[in-house]
Design a protein around this ligand. Structure first.
Ligand code: PLP
Length: 386
């Protein structure tokens, strides 16, 4: 299946819709490296402080360089508004802290990013409970909802195994009970999945991954309705203060310009690598949404992040395989131009992995922009030795 990317989205990424007149004709929006913005009168300052979300006073609130990338992400996700933050975790934590109070319950569906779960465990101290369900069908999710559930947290495709959920069905059942649905869309990017058009209330991103795309900036984003983002701005962003710096926003905007070409290449190379691995006798199983029994649902393309089960119980074998790879660099994170390899196995955590349904010999690949034949040949040589 070829990747499908909306034509309008391609133009938005390239900068159509930006107004060079706002920037003295500069084709590339400049970096407004200023902490504050002087006001023409005391009256304007007072008015601005009364509704800071739509006034430019101080860069902990609004900054034009950050605003340019926020406007772009809002358009790509079909949301009314977006806020960028200093990291994906700052985005996750802003959403949780703006929506939850003591006594609330959060239902997490699917394998999700480890630090998101860790943060939820911390929130237990503040009286916010959570449960995780790895059964993804709507009936199982409905059965796991409680009277106190205020938030349904989705990641689809999920972490490590990349299983997808029925986004429209789950958000509909949450909405019927007055529960807010949030989806971490870092894997698919708004080019391949638009959760807000399927009933999700808020989308979060680690923009460190594909959106930035060059492993040179740490950033996050939250997208949704104007009312929800205004609340997030006042309750979390302005007070927690984890805003994105103008320079990092500029880097993120530059990354977005090539997002469509990069994602097409990640899609094709990721599928080529997945097919090669699926046919290899040493590989027990490949985890990629294209190989799932159920249809890919809301995805119009696939990114380059996938995993496979090397089928060994030996940490030494696993480490030897990873160390033999030459083109895949060993490292955390993903979504950049360069290919990366990682395993969630730390050498003594097989039981914790099993509890999440993750095989001990799972190898995660972030397939980058190198020629796919080179990457496949590298995997071939690493798999060919015992
Ligand atoms: C990396 C990641 C995050 C956190 O983003 P940071 O920018 O590293 O803070 C959140 N969700 C997912 C799915 C991620 O992969």
């Amino acid at each position: 299946m070829p990747a499908r990317i909306d034509e309008e989205d391609e133009l938005v990424c390239l900068g159509h819709g930006e107004d060079p007149a706002e920037h003295r004709g500069a084709l590339t929006p400049p970096i407004f490296q200023s902490a504050l913005f002087a006001q023409p009168s005391l009256g304007r300052l007072a008015a601005g402080l009364a509704s800071e979300h739509d006034h430019r006073l101080y860069s902990r609130g609004n900054n034009p360089t950050v605003g340019a990338v926020e406007a772009k992400l809002a358009r790509l996700e079909r949301g009314e508004a977006c806020r960028c933050l200093a990291s994906g975790m700052a985005a996750v934590s802003a959403v949780l802290s703006s929506l939850l109070v003591a006594g609330d319950h959060v239902l997490v569906v699917n394998q999700v990013y480890g630090p998101t779960l860790e943060l939820l465990r911390r929130l237990e101290r503040l009286g916010v409970r959570h449960d995780v369900t790895l059964e993804l069908d709507p009936a199982a999710v409905a059965a796991a909802l409680e009277k106190e559930t205020k938030l349904l947290w989705l990641e689809s495709p999920g972490t490590m195994l990349f299983r997808t959920v029925d986004v429209a069905a789950l958000s509909a059942l949450a909405r019927a009970r007055g529960i807010v649905t949030v989806l971490d869309n870092s894997w698919a990017t708004p080019l391949f999945q638009k959760p807000l058009t399927r009933g999700v209330d808020l989308v979060v991103h680690s923009a460190t991954k594909y959106l930035g795309g060059h492993s040179d900036v740490v950033a996050g984003a939250v997208v949704g309705s104007a009312a929800r983002l205004e609340r997030l701005f006042h309750d979390a962003l302005l007070l927690d203060g984890g805003v994105l710096s103008p320079f990092d926003a500029w880097l993120l905007n530059r990354g977005l310009r090539t997002l469509p070409v990069r994602m097409r290449r990640h899609h094709e190379s990721g599928l080529a690598v997945a097919r090669f691995l699926a046919a290899h006798p040493r590989v027990r199983r490949v985890f990629h949404p294209a190989l799932e029994a159920a249809a890919p649902g809301s995805l119009t393309g696939f990114s380059g992040l996938l995993s496979f089960d090397l089928g060994t119980a030996s940490w030494d074998d696993l480490a030897r395989f990873v160390d033999r790879l030459r083109r895949f660099r060993i490292g955390v994170s993903w979504g950049g131009v360069e290919s990366l390899v990682l395993t969630p196995n730390r050498g003594g955590n097989a039981a914790a992995l099993a509890a999440q349904g993750i095989p001990p010999a799972l190898v995660r690949l972030s397939v980058g922009l190198e020629p796919p034949d080179v990457l496949i040949a590298d995997l071939e040589q690493a798999l060919s030795e015992p």
